[in-house]
Design a protein around this ligand. Structure first.
Ligand code: HEC
Length: 93
């Protein structure tokens, strides 16, 4: 009986470990997906839900830099996402 209980605990902790490992791997895959997104993709996904997006030619490269800083806090994106978006907009002018 005692042995059975120990086996059960062993089994449950193995399952627990497997679940935690699976979640850890899944979350790494998710962040790699974000890292592999292009500036154009990030811009399309993050910059259109509050306003119509102005054409890249509407602002100078420096102005996009400033706009990027303001809009980063609004769009709740990371600094690296913002840099990618700003580089995309500057290159597309
Ligand atoms: C949560 C809503 C929201 C999101 C998301 C958002 N913006 Fe804005 N944006 C605004 C508001 C509000 C204004 C006008 C007030 C201001 O300039 O702060 C604005 C203004 C602008 C302007 C005009 C600035 C000017 O000086 O005329 C540009 C260009 C712009 N946003 C670009 C972007 C880009 C690029 C992104 C994506 C990184 C973005 N926005 C994401 C709300 C948002």
């Amino acid at each position: 009986m005692k042995k059975l209980l120990i086996n059960k605990i062993g089994f449950i902790s193995t399952i627990g470990f497997a679940v935690v490992t699976a979640f850890t791997i899944a979350s790494c895959v998710a962040s790699q997906k974000v890292a592999s997104k292009s500036g154009a993709q990030l811009w399309a996904e993050n910059c259109q839900h509050c306003h119509n997006t102005p054409a890249p030619g509407s602002f100078s490269g420096d102005q996009w830099e400033t706009i990027g800083m303001h809009m980063q806090t609004r769009a709740l994106i990371t600094e690296s996402e913002r840099n990618k978006i700003v580089e995309f907009l500057q290159a597309a002018r």
